[in-house]
Design a protein around this ligand. Structure first.
Ligand SMILES: NC(=O)c1ccc[n+]([C@@H]2O[C@H](COP(=O)([O-])OP(=O)(O)OC[C@H]3O[C@@H](n4cnc5c(N)ncnc54)[C@H](O)[C@@H]3O)[C@@H](O)[C@H]2O)c1
Ligand SMILES: [Zn+2]
Length: 473
């Protein structure tokens, strides 16, 4: 497995600029990443690496380029294959956009007209305008985004929309999980009303999973449902959240408690958008990719092991491969079980989320990113899987090693055991018989969510760093 180079990869990711966001180059002022621990050499090296990556992304930001790009969705043969550059039309610049899109497929749902056009690869964001037209027919969209993403990628999105003849009103929502509050959903409805968004128009979500969850729910409910398109800009949203149609806001009582299933008409995952993503957010996204490998796709897990060092070093080709593979894995599961029926295949994707959601709620949706909480949840679920579902010790060690390469947290903040147990009991996956866990008897396979002996759970939580307190059973 990809353990060689692990220390280097982990070092490359360690500490530093979690708080800093990277600015795409053509948008002016360059901000130095903030670093708490004062390691100037390492920070300088990282800035240089980002600058190199940004240079590679410059074509996305340059004005007027790609004006002759062909309608990408009208060229299915050029995009629906892996790897090779075969776009036949449009001149040199256009070829750069279209030929690099290497993964495209449609996710259709049995017995329903709904379908999601999925494309992952360089140039996917530039295809936004064409995708809006081709999949929804809309000539007008509400572009929902947050201030940071707007500053980084908003101009690109607006430019390609305009080029495709799609008018656009930009609606900004707060950054991160804070966006997923009912009050912001209501504010979005008011803004959609003010913008006079009609049923022939569409919503575009440009940003991370939180923007997607909120904008998707707004689209599901506005005028009882208008089409929406996801243009995810975090790894987590590209590899996971944007696809599958789950939309939601959080309540005080728990995460994602009020929501709807509403399939996006298209998901456009462009790895170029990740060049500005802070390391910490990138690692959090990798956690959700690992989850899919562990719970539903052993081949993906092995691929991640082989490419772990490249992923940890943020190599664009590796990230693109991870996103495309994760989307295909998720599409397979969602196609089989769109609505996550009781005990259905989609419940496997909740691996790591029983504890993950509880951690996020217990911490007030601060301190841990969603992917970090899921990583801790997966470590605990793997410990339980070893004790209660026959997961071989070496398979658990492989999961731990992969999470370590991506420098994902090993120990949770010292929360009281009782608070965690209470938060898990409140979470939506509780069944009539209490808290249930998705366990993995082996890599790539998950069991139906089921209750686990409270003593085993408490032992696993203490092992993971919870503070011992009395728990009422
Ligand atoms: N609907 C689903 O199926 C599903 C699945 C998994 C997770 N989720 C949800 O997704 C959310 C987490 O999403 P997330 O991890 O994407 O984080 P996020 O959406 O909470 O926040 C992302 C942060 O990164 C910034 N950002 C986004 N793109 C950037 C870029 N390219 N460069 C620089 N900064 C950028 C944003 O401004 C924001 O501050 C959670 O609410 C989770 O519940 C939903
Ligand atoms: Zn998740």
């Amino acid at each position: 497995m990809g353990s060689r180079g692990v220390p280097d990869a982990a070092r490359a990711l360690g500490g530093g600029d979690a708080a800093g966001s990277r600015r795409a180059p053509a948008l002016g002022a360059r901000r130095e990443p903030r670093h708490r621990h004062g390691r100037p050499r390492r920070v300088a090296a990282r800035v240089a690496a980002v600058a190199r990556r940004c240079r590679r992304a410059r074509h996305l930001l340059a004005p007027h380029r790609g004006a002759r790009a062909p309608h990408p969705l009208a060229q299915p043969r050029t995009v629906a294959h892996q790897g090779a550059a075969r776009a036949p039309v449009g001149g040199r610049r256009a070829r750069r956009y279209t030929a690099r899109v290497i993964h495209a497929f449609d996710l259709a749902f049995p017995g329903r007209p709904a379908r999601t056009h999925v494309r992952a690869g360089r140039g996917a964001l530039v295809a936004l305008g064409a995708a809006v037209r081709a999949t929804t027919g809309a000539r007008r969209v509400a572009l929902v985004t947050d201030a940071r993403v707007d500053a980084l990628w908003g101009d690109v999105a607006r430019r390609v929309l305009a080029r495709a003849g799609v008018a656009c009103v930009t609606l900004r929502v707060p950054r991160g999980e804070a966006a997923k509050r009912p009050a912001h959903l209501a504010a979005l409805w008011e803004a959609l009303a003010a913008a006079d968004l009609g049923r022939r128009d569409a919503v575009v979500a440009l940003g991370g999973g939180a923007v997607g969850d909120l904008a998707g729910l707004a689209a599901a409910t506005w005028l009882r449902g208008v089409p929406w398109i996801a243009a995810p800009t975090t790894l987590l949203a590209q590899a996971d959240a944007a696809l599958g149609g789950k939309t939601a806001v959080d309540l005080g009582a728990g995460k994602n408690l009020a929501g709807a299933f509403h399939q996006p008409a298209a998901v456009l995952a462009d790895p170029e958008a990740l060049v500005t993503l802070p390391d910490r957010a990138l690692r959090a996204g990798l956690a959700e990719v690992v989850k899919k490998g562990m719970a539903v796709d052993a081949a993906l897990f092995r691929w991640l092991e082989r490419h772990a060092a490249a992923l940890a070093a943020r190599r664009a080709d590796a990230l693109e491969g991870a996103v495309a593979r994760a989307l295909r894995a998720k599409a397979r599961v969602v196609r089989a079980d769109e609505r996550e029926r009781e005990g259905g295949p989609r419940t496997a994707l909740n691996f790591g989320h029983t504890l993950g959601h509880a951690l996020e709620a217990a911490l007030g949706y601060r301190r841990l990113l969603h992917g970090e909480a899921v990583a801790l949840g997966m470590r605990a679920a793997a410990a339980l899987s070893e004790r209660a579902a026959g997961l071989p010790a070496r398979d658990r060690a492989r999961l731990e090693a992969l999470l370590d390469v991506f420098a994902l947290p090993r120990r949770m903040p010292p929360l009281p055991l009782a608070a965690l147990v209470a938060a898990m009991a409140r979470d939506k996956k509780r069944g009539a018989r209490g808290v249930r866990w998705v366990l993995t008897p082996r890599i790539g396979h998950a069991s139906v969510p089921r209750p686990v002996d409270g003593r085993l759970v408490r032992a696993a939580l203490l092992e993971a760093g919870a503070r011992a307190t009395r728990v009422r059973t």
